[in-house]
Design a protein around this ligand. Structure first.
Ligand code: NAG
Ligand code: NAG
Ligand code: NAG
Length: 472
């Protein structure tokens, strides 16, 4: 194993493994002693932190300096981290899905998987987590998990199937259906089944009945065909809308934010450039929650300072949404077809205070984020009373709005998948916190002989308990 980090500026007392002695310019005598002491201390520190962070096989440590610059790097020892093993799945479950997606849209085959581009969409957490696991460990500073290559060492097993992309790999059956009728058309259902057939043959799947496995199914319909076969695992979801109480819970699973689809607002807090009061862009009608949405629109459409735009996902509408969210004080988040949507996270990174009209919604990272500090919650009954909503928003003082904005600024990074100190890191942190429960459940599972499945199981706190409603 190559234990040699590439140091940008080697300290005077060279590292134990350093081979090339670098000529150093001798500083004046008075400076020499403290420099040497500091240098040897630093190199010791560097070596220490280096040993604790497993170096990748073929890439050199890019930034010991960064590791040293971060005090926390030393406090999170490799030994303390939760060890995660990412399955090397057959290609059809990862890059193969991207390829099928591209092929169904007329994409040309590419020679190298590295050239396959995961398409931008609000369910792309699966891509970010997969990429993160493939990153050298020293670039994953402060991550709560460390990747291990030996499954025997692992606490958790990550199954990186691109389940959300798989769901939409085939375009809506119409135009493309004819053209591809002679070829083998990609089937999400078959892929789900094949994944489970493969997984259920794996030694470590059988070992703990899947309790220590982590699945991502961010689209509410992802993995729908096999959800009962994976339900013991930690499910990374965006909400519990389509899951039964015996399949998912806040205790066992992790709520992920959607990836925002519009550009982050780069400016500072302030109201000078936010002339409009309230902004909303999206579809007027939705399968569920459609009534409230429609009523809201009727009420708000002609209010002064309220901008309502109709539009589906497109480059053009994203531009309009960016403009609207960056220049409004509040952004409306009505009940959609799923309780949460990327619109909410678009608003957060736009520093546009979200106004959430949804009686029941799951929100990510609620263990560390108090959403009442960054958003306004209005129950749907009050929101649909004529004049109520705008009156309430107009009443809020500029100071109050700025306070919301400052809080938004503070928590923005939790919704930035691209930020090394952002969403991905926080997802792994939450996943790692499941470990004690996972151990409990798998130990318990090993000894339980017979359970009356007709009776409700009291072993988990269910995701769909009522009585949780937040109002302003
Ligand atoms: C698909 O095939 C049907 C019948 O063969 C034809 O009527 C229809 O126009 C075709 N659609 C497309 C998009 O080519
Ligand atoms: C919770 O889930 C159970 C079983 O899936 C269902 O019978 C019940 O109606 C659900 N309750 C709510 C409030 O959705
Ligand atoms: C991550 O963000 C938090 C909060 O903003 C900050 O305290 C911490 O130093 C950051 N860590 C890194 C590695 O940048």
């Amino acid at each position: 194993m190559n234990l040699r980090p590439k140091l940008r500026s080697p300290p005077a007392a060279s590292l134990p493994h350093s081979t090339k002695p670098t000529p150093i310019k001798m500083p004046s005598k008075s400076l020499l002693r403290p420099t040497l002491v500091l240098a040897s201390f630093l190199s010791l520190l560097a070596f220490y932190s280096f040993v604790l962070h497993t170096p990748p096989n073929n890439r050199s440590a890019t930034s010991i300096d960064a590791a040293l610059g971060n005090r926390n790097a030393l406090s999170l020892h490799r030994a303390d981290k939760v060890k995660i093993y990412m399955y090397d799945l057959p290609r059809r479950f990862t890059y193969g899905v991207i390829e099928s997606y591209a092929a169904a849209r007329g994409g040309e085959p590419v020679a190298d998987d590295a050239l396959l581009k995961y398409p931008g969409n609000q369910h792309s957490a699966e891509w970010y987590l997969f990429s993160d696991m493939n990153r050298p460990s020293e670039e994953r500073i402060d991550s709560a998990v460390t990747r291990v290559t030996d499954p025997e060492e692992a606490d958790l097993f990550y199954v990186p199937f691109f389940s959300s992309l798989s769901l939409v790999a085939n375009p809506v059956r119409s135009a493309a259906a004819n053209a591809t009728s002679d070829k083998t058309v990609y089937s999400d259902e078959q892929t789900q089944e094949a994944l489970m057939d493969w997984l259920e043959e794996q030694k470590y799947w059988k070992k703990n009945n899947g309790w220590d496995h982590v699945f991502i199914c961010q689209d509410p319909n992802a993995l729908y065909k096999v959800i009962d076969r994976v339900k013991n695992g930690v499910l990374l979801v965006s909400d519990f809308g389509r899951l039964a109480r015996n399949q998912a819970s806040l205790v066992k699973d992790v709520i992920l934010p959607y990836s925002h689809r519009i550009n982050t607002f780069k400016g500072d807090v302030g109201l000078d450039n936010r002339k409009s009061l309230l902004f909303f862009m999206g579809n007027r009608y939705r399968k569920e929650g459609g009534k409230i949405r429609d009523l809201l629109f009727q009420l708000l459409e002609n209010e002064e300072g309220v901008i309502i735009k109709h539009g589906a996902q497109s480059r053009e509408s994203r531009r309009a949404a960016t403009q609207g969210m960056h220049t409004s004080k509040f952004c409306l988040h009505p009940a959609g077809d799923t309780p949460s949507a990327c619109r909410l996270f678009d608003a957060i990174v736009s520093l546009c205070v979200p106004v959430i009209v949804s009686d029941y919604i799951e929100l990510p990272f609620e263990d560390v984020i108090d959403y009442r500090k960054i958003a306004i919650f209005v129950d749907s009954t009050s929101a649909t009373k004529p004049g109520h909503l705008v009156k309430l928003l107009r009443k809020l003082s500029p100071e109050k709005i700025l306070k919301f904005q400052k809080e938004l600024q503070k928590v923005k990074r939790y919704f930035e998948y691209e930020d090394p100190n952002g969403t991905v890191k926080e997802i792994w942190r939450q996943v790692s916190q499941k470990l004690p429960l996972i151990k409990l459940m798998s130990n318990r599972d090993q000894r339980i002989v017979l359970r009356d499945l007709a009776e409700p199981d009291c072993s988990c706190i269910c995701s769909n308990q009522t009585g949780i409603s937040t109002t302003l």
